[in-house]
Design a binder for this molecule. Structure first.
Ligand SMILES: *[C@@H]1O[C@H](CO)[C@@H](O)[C@H](O)[C@H]1NC(C)=O
Length: 148
């Protein structure tokens, strides 16, 4: 390999390894495009607020819980019920590898979040949402964002 292509490889590898933190408005745009606005009756602001309190819009956050399961990604989706990681005893309701929930591409995470809302009938799954967003005025969260 030429020195220039080695350099290009090193640069691209370091980009892949870097964590991605979305801005509020970029996320708003992606959420609208993916049909999250009013999904399950929850306005766009609810989704942005939830993602903020779960992950601070950081797609790579992983949190190991006391029971040995792990919460993954921007929506902190748990491995015990919703995705598949190396441990056994999982339900994997979203039919997805947990590792797919911590990538920059939010497609799988959004699909899984929609499934959670459907199967658990609402957004109560997310403690961050319950604590900080539920029942509050959510219009502020999309303020100043061009979403359509
Ligand atoms: C995002 O999360 C990862 C994993 O927890 C962490 O290493 C990284 O510093 C975070 N990025 C920011 C900008 O907070």
């Amino acid at each position: 390999m030429k020195a220039t292509s080695v350099l290009a490889l090193i640069i691209s590898l370091s980009i892949v390894a870097e964590s991605k933190v979305y801005t509020r408005c970029k996320l708003a745009k992606i959420f609208v495009k993916a049909g999250l606005d009013n999904y399950g009756g929850f306005s766009l602001g609810n989704w942005i607020c939830m993602a903020y309190y779960e992950s601070h819009y950081n797609t790579t956050v992983q949190k190991v819980l006391e029971d040995g399961s792990t919460d993954y990604g921007i929506f902190q989706i748990n491995s015990f019920t919703w995705c598949r990681n190396v441990r056994l005893q999982q339900k994997n309701h979203c039919h997805v590898a947990c590792s797919a929930l911590i990538t920059d591409d939010l497609t799988d995470a959004i699909l899984c979040a929609k499934k959670i809302v459907k199967e658990t009938q609402g957004m109560n799954y997310w403690q961050g949402w319950k604590k900080h967003c539920e029942g509050k005025d959510m219009s502020e969260w999309q303020k100043g964002c061009e979403v359509s």
